[in-house]
Ligand binder design. Sequence first.
Ligand code: SF4
Length: 289
Amino acid sequence: MLISGLIGVKEIVMADRAGFCFGVKRAVDAIVNTLESSAEGAEIWSIGMPIHNPQEVARLRAMGLQVAEDESAIPEGATVLIRAHGEPRAVMEKLRSKGGAIVDMTCPHVRRAQERAGALSSQGYDVVLLGDALHPEIRSIMGYVDGPVDVVADAAEAGNLPKRSRVALISQTTQQEELLADIAFVLVPKTGELCVCNTICKATVERQEAVRRLAGRVDGVVLVGGKESANTAKLRDIARANGMDVLWIESADGMDGGWLEGKTKIGIAAGASTPQWLITDVCNKIARM
Ligand code: SF4
């Protein structure tokens, strides 16, 4: 998308894939529908932030959503929404025992990673997960593995793993395919049988490719997304690796006039957890500047 006629900045070029992915949109729509259709005073909870975007979470909270630190804080009989990252099997069992409705919005791509990890573990594979050990999606996938499981963030960590006879390598959905391939390359010589599951979701890859396509076309990229969002952090890394100057902001309030100085063509990219209204706000703010 080209917007011309702005002062200083002459053009804004939107990344051709930006903002809410299928899984996040599905989860947010379900939260809004549940909040709007529930009786007044009904308790509607999520475990942890339903998406990695503080502004969108504030909007949902204002509509009545309550956010618990963990499953122990969910009251008996309350409705609980499971976010796109999913929850470990044990947490789901505890929630069922509380007797409330469960609206399970685990993204189908995450569900597939949970099921592959669980099935391959029960077939005798040691599971290696590529991802961030502290990320809720990795914790939810680990919660479906009964046998040995390791989490690695890069090829160096994979290199520290012991030799094994059977390994299943599975990825957090937001990782980069090149990194998954690098780790498979490291594991091949130290594994008798290696099963690689590409569980990286297309939405992530599409947003990454859209950022790469901005390289050479713009003087800088404004990246809109929550600072806790792993997939937005990946977009920043990709933009920088492709030589682009990046301004990562959560909302239009973070827009920095100084950063725009000397730039005539600005790219706009956004993580998969960024709602359209925040992207529009940022475009409008640049236009006003
Ligand atoms: S990024 Fe992919 S896996 Fe994650 S919620 Fe979106 S569609 Fe699902």
